[in-house]
Design a protein around this ligand. Structure first.
Ligand code: DX5
Ligand code: ZN
Length: 223
């Protein structure tokens, strides 16, 4: 199984972002959390920031839009050079049309589900997406605790992806640490976002390696 570790710069030193990107160059993608103070009660970065990060980052950008009206704003992030753009199902007006636009621009298209959001309406739409993000905390803030009740949903989506013979990446985000990553890997995740677990401490590369090992030690077994 391919394991992807995507550190979230939400937990990085915002005064030194280029340096902080350099410290995670052994990771797969850098996770960039876009929050608008409406969809979630927190405010982070916008488009000009992503354009600049894309220019200096040693690894591709994995943009997570926690914003209202992603139909309007999402394509701009793909045009800015994000490798993947993931929008929330709860916020999108026409998720399939938006995903097609993102792919047309050249980005991978992702759909994110909050912990309380049912996956059922999206299982038939899986071919339209390159990635499904199962939120393992309520979106809005780093440093929260992993919600294990989200794992049954993740496992259902993993089964649906396998049944359909698709290569949709399954991402988890929130409370992922060396202790919880194995639970998510066993349930079928292959792409792991970690903010505080990577940046808290003085050796992010070491933390990335530990997360990779912990995920690999807990392979997914379908049904
Ligand atoms: C939360 C964000 C996460 C956050 C994760 O809304 O989507 O990406 O950075 O932070 P940790 O890993 O600290 O839970
Ligand atoms: Zn995120």
């Amino acid at each position: 199984m391919t394991t992807r570790i995507n550190p979230s710069i939400l937990a990085a030193d915002f005064a030194n972002l280029e340096r902080e990107l350099g410290r995670i160059s052994t990771a797969d993608l850098v996770h960039v959390d876009i929050m608008d103070n409406h969809f979630v009660p927190n405010l982070t970065f916008g488009l000009p920031m992503v354009q600049r990060l894309a220019q200096v980052s040693p690894i591709p950008l994995d943009v997570h839009l926690m914003i209202d009206d992603p139909d309007r704003w999402g394509p701009g992030y793909a045009e800015a050079g994000a490798h993947s753009v993931t929008f929330h199902a709860e916020a999108a007006g026409e998720p399939v049309a938006l995903a097609r636009r993102l792919r047309h621009i050249g980005a991978r298209a992702g759909i994110a589900l909050k912990p309380g959001t049912d996956a059922t309406p999206y299982l038939d739409l899986l071919p339209e997406f390159d990635q499904v993000l199962v939120m393992t905390v309520e979106p809005g803030f780093g440093g929260q605790s992993f919600i294990p009740e989200t794992m049954s949903k993740l496992a259902r989506i993993a089964d649906a992806v396998q049944d359909a013979g698709l290569d949709v990446w399954l991402q988890v985000d929130g409370g992922i640490t060396a202790d919880t990553i194995g639970i998510a890997a066993e349930a079928g995740a292959n792409t792991f976002v970690a903010g505080s677990a990577v940046y808290n401490g003085d050796d992010p590369a070491q933390r990335i390696a530990e997360l990779r090992d912990a995920a690999a030690a807990h392979p997914h077994s379908h049904r």
